[in-house]
Design a protein around this ligand. Structure first.
Ligand code: MRU
Length: 343
């Protein structure tokens, strides 16, 4: 896979996901503001990828700070962190990654500023490398749940594109495929931004994993016909009680899966688990621009001008609809998560 995000010759290089699948283009962010804009505009998206990118954004911002003494340097880094933190509210990985960078900074107060800058960059790179390792571990645990010959439905894109590489939900699918299981994937197109059609279909085709694209309103009919044996999706934030915020439409898939007796799994690393948030009702849900709903790609209109629009980017799937949460430590019931990840 092409890297989603990387540090390259002093810039943060992103695969511009707003241009896929038509154009495979890279975006070089030369300052932290460009990194923040890229996150806000979905040029990079997916909870773990947002976290990794924000960490690299902090490291990039740090390189340009001119202060030569630690206290002034640390003070200058705070507005950079704040600027990156207000880009998107739902994926907790963003805040987790920025906090981790701040903790690293606090541990470096005895060092000279050039060494601090190098250590911050190393920390961001460690977050990136760790993210790929977490995805591979999730893949190993999750692949056990998929039997040879099964058809798996996924929603949005929780793949290599949504992480530093390999993917969460698609990592599970990828691992099952790598084990030689003959599986099929059904990808929901995922209105309104079409992450399923534009990104999941593209990513799976790159790896030659069989994928069939459907519109979101087709999932129930396929389930009723017995054409789907398992669902696996990613997550943007998991509350302490096991409720899961993920791309809008995930809740509908979970309800349909329950109605048809189909197992519904969520794959996510520890950086997506937010034990400070008690239930799904406490998770902030991002509201996005109405143009995402009323136009194709912001230009071609598909609705009358001036129509009222409701456009939440995420919904919450209650814990009781979730069969299991696939993590790097194993597969747990949503109710077991708080105990498992208490430390
Ligand atoms: O708005 P997006 O594209 O950032 O939303 C992405 C999702 O909802 C993913 O399913 C989630 O972040 C998990 S990615 C491994």
């Amino acid at each position: 896979m092409i890297p989603t995000v990387e540090w390259k010759n002093g810039v943060v290089r992103l695969l511009d996901q707003s241009r896929l699948p038509e154009h495979v283009e890279f975006l070089d962010c030369r300052d932290y503001r460009a990194v923040a804009d890229a996150i806000r505009e979905l040029k990079v998206r997916g909870a773990p990828a947002i976290g990794v990118t924000a960490a690299l954004g902090v490291a990039l911002g740090a390189q340009a700070v001119s202060a030569t003494e630690f206290p002034a340097f640390a003070q200058a880094l705070m507005p950079i962190c704040d600027h990156l933190a207000v880009t998107r509210p739902t994926a907790v990985n963003l805040f987790w990654a920025i906090d981790r960078m701040k903790k690293k900074l606090a541990s470096l107060s005895a060092q000279a500023v050039p060494a601090v800058k190098a250590a911050l960059l190393a920390e961001a790179q460690a977050i990136l490398d760790e993210d790929i390792a977490l995805c591979k571990a999730m893949g190993k645990h999750g692949a056990e749940l998929i039997a040879n010959g099964q058809t798996v439905l996924t929603h949005c894109n929780a793949g290599a594109l949504a992480t530093a590489g390999y993917g969460t939900a698609l990592g599970v699918i990828r691992a099952a495929w790598e084990q030689g299981k003959k599986i099929q994937v059904i990808a929901d197109e995922t209105r309104p931004v079409l992450q399923g059609a534009r990104l999941t279909a593209w990513e799976l085709m790159q790896d030659k994993i069989p994928v069939t694209l459907i519109t979101d309103n087709m999932a129930g009919s396929l389930m009723r016909q017995g054409k789907i044996q398992l669902c696996v999706v990613g997550a943007d934030r998991i509350a302490a009680n096991g409720d899961v915020a993920n791309k809008i439409g995930t809740y509908s898939v979970a309800v349909l899966a329950k109605a048809h007796g189909i197992p519904f799994y969520v794959a996510a690393p520890y950086s997506t688990i937010d034990l400070k948030t008690k239930t799904g009702a406490d998770i902030p849900i991002e509201q996005r621009n109405s143009l995402e709903v009323t136009t194709i790609h912001g230009s071609h209109p598909i609705a009358p001008a001036g129509v009222a629009v409701y456009n939440p980017a995420f919904d919450v799937t209650p814990a009781e609809l979730i069969t299991g949460i696939i993590t790097e430590r194993g597969v747990f019931k949503p109710s077991e998560l708080a105990k498992q990840f208490a430390s």
